[in-house]
Design a protein around this ligand. Structure first.
Ligand code: HAM
Length: 419
């Protein structure tokens, strides 16, 4: 039997409904702040990611699903949504809109990673991007929305890790300092970091291997190399977060695995997630649009790993359940099967959740099946009652039943409560 690809889990109805409920809640929050949905293709020209996420990053170098289509075009399944959001902004000439232009997206992303707990090859991002403004207030908005989302879902043990990686020039100066520091301790670095040293030394700060953590403990800190503008930008963010009573930790080693960032980078962690513990990550990317060949469009945003969020909610018993009650429509006996079926199809037009027993045996089995399925309400269709224009409405919790005139059924259900 053919199996699905590794790292691309099937999401079955027991989970998918909860995900939808969670995403609907999240959308309400971001819409309150003016974010609007953008739906973008699942594949892009590989260049979109090569030029922005960066050719020397793990994502582009090792993890992209890249292929050539029948015309020889080099395309990649999207590993993330920020670069393509900016690509769409430029291509659709959205600079005429009122700024900042705010987007949200929810959809699958693809990275060829080693599958493990909380890490998949196809996973879902919920992300927001605010384009067209450099003000630190916008960074604060994005950070505080990320927390509002998690808190509204009932999560508490959260920590915000925050850093500023400055602008391009400052970072280039810092990179040279860092390189010369690390060259002296080359032998202590892991094999991956030895390779990173010349091309992408910042990523060494992010290495989780103990030997590398030990080396980088004493490394120069980027914060000491920031220009006055970058420093002011960062300090303004910190003081506004303080004013808003948002707790954060400055983490000088936080650099993130994508090259397009400048100034603010942040991640939100939960102690319950274990090794893969960032629920979401984001930051500012004022130069990304220029890497794509467009005018300067500063931006800031974050993306949340939806599977990680769901895992967290599940562990804490906070996953919302499908609260809509279902009505079991049962024929009274086999002779009413077809009539009851038509009744079921017609009632379905009225926005009630229904179940019809295609394998109907008799009314006793219907009742015991409804109880097994945790269905609380039943309509029994047939018999003398039907001849007089009535159905039987059964409340399986209260163990009560009553005759309802079919003409009055919608009115009755709408007033009954529980639907
Ligand atoms: P990222 O940190 O690569 O950032 O991904 C964001 C989140 O996606 C992570 O914090 C994690 O929860 C989740 N995630 C990443 N890889 C996987 C995986 N293989 N399996 C499951 N979950 C995963 C970005 O992608 C940026 N575009 C975020 C951003 C938006 N920055 C500015 N705007």
């Amino acid at each position: 039997m053919i199996k699905g690809p590794k790292g691309a889990p099937d999401i079955l109805p027991d989970k998918s409904k909860s995900i939808r409920v969670v995403i609907d809640k999240i959308i309400k929050i971001v819409e309150n702040f003016g974010y609007k949905e953008i739906i973008l293709p699942i594949f892009e020209h590989s260049e979109v990611f090569e030029r922005t996420v960066g050719e020397d990053t793990d994502i582009v170098e090792k993890e992209m699903y890249t292929f050539f289509d029948k015309s020889g075009m080099k395309l990649s399944l999207r590993p993330e949504g920020t670069a393509q959001t900016v690509r769409a902004y430029l291509e659709n000439n959205l600079k005429t809109l009122t700024h900042p232009v705010k987007f949200f997206y929810f959809g699958p992303m693809f990275r060829y990673e080693r599958p493990q707990k909380g890490r998949f090859r196809q996973f879902f991002h919920f992300g927001i991007e605010a384009l067209g403004d450099e003000k630190p207030e916008l960074d604060v908005e994005v950070i505080s929305i990320s927390l509002q989302i998690l808190e509204s879902l009932g999560l508490k043990d959260l920590s915000v890790s925050l850093n500023s990686i400055g602008d391009i020039e400052e970072r280039n100066v810092y990179k040279e300092k860092l390189k010369s520091f690390l060259r002296k301790r080359y032998s202590e670095l892991c094999d991956d970091c030895k390779k990173r040293l010349e091309k992408n030394p910042l990523r060494i700060l992010d290495c989780k291997k103990e030997s590398c953590i030990n080396v980088t403990k004493d490394a120069p800190k980027i914060i000491d190399y920031l220009s006055n503008e970058s420093k002011n930008h960062f300090e303004k963010i910190l003081s506004m977060l303080d004013d808003l009573k948002i707790k954060y930790e400055i983490n000088n080693r936080l650099v993130r695995g994508l090259d397009y960032y400048n100034r603010t980078v942040f991640e939100v962690f939960s102690s319950d997630l274990g090794a893969q513990n960032a629920v979401l990550g984001g930051g500012r990317y004022d130069y990304l649009s220029e890497y794509l060949g467009g005018d300067r469009v500063p931006g800031v945003g974050f993306a949340m790993g939806v599977e990680r969020l769901i895992m967290l909610l599940e562990n804490k018993n906070l996953l919302p359940k499908d609260e809509k009650n279902i009505i079991f429509i049962s024929p009274l006996s086999k002779e009413y099967f077809e009539e009851a079926f038509k009744f079921y199809i017609n009632l379905g037009k009225s926005n009630f959740s229904l179940y019809f027993p295609y394998n109907f045996k008799n009314i006793k089995t219907s009742i015991s099946n409804a109880l097994k399925m945790n269905i609380d309400y039943m309509i029994i269709y047939g018999g003398d009652e039907l001849k007089n224009g009535f159905i039987i409405f059964k409340d399986l919790i209260k163990e009560e039943q009553q005759l309802i005139k079919i003409d009055n059924l919608l009115n009755f259900l709408n007033n009954y409560g529980g639907f």
